[in-house]
Design a binder for this molecule. Structure first.
Ligand code: DGJ
Length: 738
């Protein structure tokens, strides 16, 4: 055993030395991409990221040539001759503002057949300051995760001003940036523009709910605007639930530099001697087959390696929020549970307003923080409801918002110092609530115990919806000394992760949903803990098509909670037919927020049918490959489909966006099918019409496809979709005929 260890150590050292001394080229390859760096006179240079380079030795000669004339550091730091936006900036204990990093060691190892890990160790030329760049490459998914670890042995604290999780650069090209911008109820709107000289920053300074107005993701399309199936794109993301930033700089030479990670804004960090700091991960992929392939790379990586139980099917649920808001009691909920059973869902989720006694949670202004069941509303406690669900063969889920507190709560009266606040300033309220100070260990303990008590006292809880309905204002904490106040942003997020780590360790079987006023916490830092997210408080089906479209670029369908509500919804959304609402929601993780007692017989009948249909297509939707067929942005018709791994099953969705009589949208051609296979195509979710059904080859469906018309005279062909009224839509199940 001991000898074997020594042997492996020696092999390791030999490989490392070879990389540095003899080869000096570091290539990180996936199935279709290469990231190439090189070491020259102890410095680490970036050479290439893009389509896979087949012949690295030959490429090396070119690299050597390039070294003579160009020197682009792979992780440029502030203080030397580098004059653009640096990846890292620190102040040493003696006041020196500079870093000068030299390569010490390069290690590459295979984790398993699909994953390699590369660690490049750097050290300052003078100071005992060490930086390790870590790259995990996922072969099949063409994904690279990059993060940075550093520590020092200086006598005192080194001040960290900024440290990027990744730094990437590209030679002069045209670069089109797509960002995922929006607002509450209008998350993930896609905007694309040509980058011009200078710096463009995407970021969040909100501390919590950091994806409400902007998602920490981007697409850079090279040479031309991004296309679904063609062209070269890089898609990237920062997995961090706190303040993040992404910076794109087009230099005076026309090169593109990009970097991102924790937002350095008001966030200087004092690093103690010996303390290890690890940045969040940046995740990126490069595709030469457009954004479609890049998304599929992200989805496959997420399901396989990041989100909890990525391949476990998410239950169809009924949540009472839009049906009742704050207004319910035990009788009403019991009746909703019966209704949920009748509709055919698998789980009931009790939302906000089940707690608080001295300050009953009957509106947004009271009770947050007092996590005991409201005895007037629910005299039988949660047990009554879990039993009720059990007897109906339903799972039970419950809503919490444990990071928050209302001033009108027993918790706040007892612990006014537990909230985020600054001396001599009024504490700002947002949704009538304050935010608890997660840098404080007592607060962390309290939040853990809230969940722990809930789950130990109610072992039949299956699902937790974890909400967070405000962002940080008055950033300040009585928990940290005056000179460390800027730590609040990072320490809050670390506190959040610590709590979740503990909870997940103790309760690995519970399904967690991330919610933050809708899609305010949708990023892969949180998705390490949360199985899915509440997509948006806006359940207007028409607008959801845009929101879900944006999300689909980064997140697989099994994370996108998509619920059907009554119309107009509580935000006074559009009045769309129930079929349209289901046809949209069924392209994600289906749920219902209608109050069964208020539904008509027709609505119930359709809902039951649609939920039954969903069970038949769930495996393909939740684990299949996504092909976006037509974007809702700028088109009259939007469409996407999912295809099973084997290509033998698919589901095809098509939604009308704007109906203009006489419009003739281009046919929609399917993708991802087996050309020579024969498929049976069956319409589902039909409303008063006979479902269409026909057989065609994959070749036909992908080359000829479906004709879309708004005229009832246009065509009787089986592959015709006639959109004759507003908010029309169709869904097809596609199965290979063997
Ligand atoms: C905001 C969430 O997005 C809603 O779904 C709901 O849970 C409310 N909070 C409850 O207060």
């Amino acid at each position: 055993m001991y000898q074997a260890k020594i042997f492996f150590l020696l092999v390791w050292i030999v490989i490392s030395l070879q990389i540095i001394s003899q080869n000096q080229t570091i290539s990180i390859n996936t199935a279709n991409t290469s990231l190439i760096m090189s070491v020259n006179k102890n410095k680490l240079y970036h050479n290439y990221y893009g389509r896979r380079i087949a012949d690295i030795p030959e490429y090396k000669q070119i690299l050597n040539f390039k070294h003579e004339s160009f020197r682009y550091e792979a992780y440029p730091v502030f203080g030397g001759n580098y004059i653009e936006e640096p990846a890292m900036r620190v102040t040493h204990t003696d006041g020196n503002l500079s870093l000068c990093l030299h390569v010490q060691d390069v290690q590459q190892k295979e984790i398993d057949q699909n994953r390699t890990e590369t660690i490049i160790k750097l050290k300052d030329a003078y100071y005992p300051f060490n930086v390790s760049l870590k790259f995990s490459a996922f072969h099949k998914q063409d994904i690279i995760e990059s993060s940075v670890m550093f520590n020092h042995e200086e006598n005192g604290d080194v001040k960290i001003h900024n440290v990027a999780s990744f730094f990437m650069q590209f030679d002069k090209r045209k670069n089109y940036l797509t960002q995922f911008h929006g607002d509450w109820g209008n998350e993930m709107m896609m905007k694309e523009h040509l980058l011009t000289e200078g710096v463009k920053i995407l970021d969040s300074k909100q501390g919590v709910r950091t994806t409400r107005t902007q998602n920490p993701s981007f697409i850079i399309s090279f040479d031309q605007p991004a296309h679904e199936d063609m062209g070269e794109v890089m898609m990237g993301h920062i997995a961090w639930s706190g303040n993040w930033n992404l910076l794109f700089q087009l230099t005076h030479e026309g090169r593109l530099n990009m970097l991102g990670g924790i937002n350095p804004f008001a966030s200087q960090y004092s690093l103690k001697k010996g303390e290890l700091f690890e940045t969040p991960k940046a995740i990126y992929t490069y595709s030469s087959e457009g954004t479609g392939r890049a998304s599929r790379n992200f989805h496959s990586w997420a399901r396989e390696y990041t989100i909890p139980e990525g391949k476990r099917f998410r239950p169809v649920l009924l949540n009472n929020w839009e049906g009742t808001l704050f207004d319910f009691d035990q009788k009403k909920i019991a009746s909703i549970i019966d209704g949920a059973k009748d509709l055919g869902v698998e789980m009931f989720v009790l939302d906000d307003a089940w707690f608080g006694n001295k300050y009953p949670r009957n509106d947004e202004k009271n009770g947050l923080g007092d996590w005991e069941v409201n005895k007037t509303k629910l005299p039988g406690g949660i047990k009554f409801l879990t039993d009720k669900c059990k007897s109906n063969n339903l799972k039970f889920g419950i809503w919490v918002e444990p990071e928050m507190v209302n001033p009108n709560s027993e918790l706040f009266k007892k612990h006014p110092d537990w909230v985020i606040q600054q001396p001599h300033r009024t504490i700002e309220q947002n949704r009538w609530q304050y935010i608890l100070d997660l840098t404080n260990l007592n607060v962390q303990e309290f939040i853990f115990s809230v969940i722990d008590n809930l789950l130990t006292q109610n072992p039949d809880i299956y699902f937790i919806k974890w909400d967070a309905n405000r962002h940080i204002m008055n950033a300040g904490t009585s928990n940290l000394p005056p000179d460390l106040q800027e730590h609040i942003w990072i320490d809050y997020t670390r506190g959040f992760y610590k709590i979740l780590d503990r909870i997940k360790q103790k309760y690995p079987q519970i399904i967690f949903q991330s919610c933050a006023s809708g899609g305010g916490r949708v990023e892969y830092g949180a998705l390490k803990y949360f199985h899915e997210f509440w997509t948006s408080d806006n359940t207007d089906a028409y607008q959801r098509i845009f929101i879900q479209w944006g999300l689909s670029h980064l997140y697989p369908a099994n994370t996108i909670a998509s619920h059907v509500t009554s119309v107009p919804n509580h935000q006074n959304g559009r009045v769309t037919p129930i079929k349209y609402r289901f046809d949209v929601a069924m392209s994600g993780r289906l749920g219902v927020e209608m109050q069964p007692d208020h539904m008509t017989a027709d609505e119930k009948a359709f809902t039951k049918q649609a939920i039954r249909n969903y069970y038949e297509i769930r495996d393909v939707v939740q684990s299949g490959d996504l092909y976006r067929l037509r974007s809702p942005f700028g088109n009259n018709v939007a469409s996407l489909m999912y295809v099973s791994d084997a290509g033998d099953k698919a589901v095809f969705f098509v939604w009308q966006m704007n109906r203009t009589v006489g419009m003739n949208p281009e046919p929609i051609r399917l993708k991802g099918l087996i050309p020579e296979a024969k498929y049976k195509i069956t319409e589902i979710n039909t409303l008063n019409t006979t479902p269409k059904s026909f057989v065609a080859t994959g070749d036909f469906l992908m080359k000829s496809g479906f004709i879309i018309t708004t005229s009832k005279w246009a065509s009787d062909a089986a592959n015709t979709i006639s959109f004759l009224t507003d908010f029309d839509s169709e869904v097809y199940k596609i199965e290979q005929v063997k």
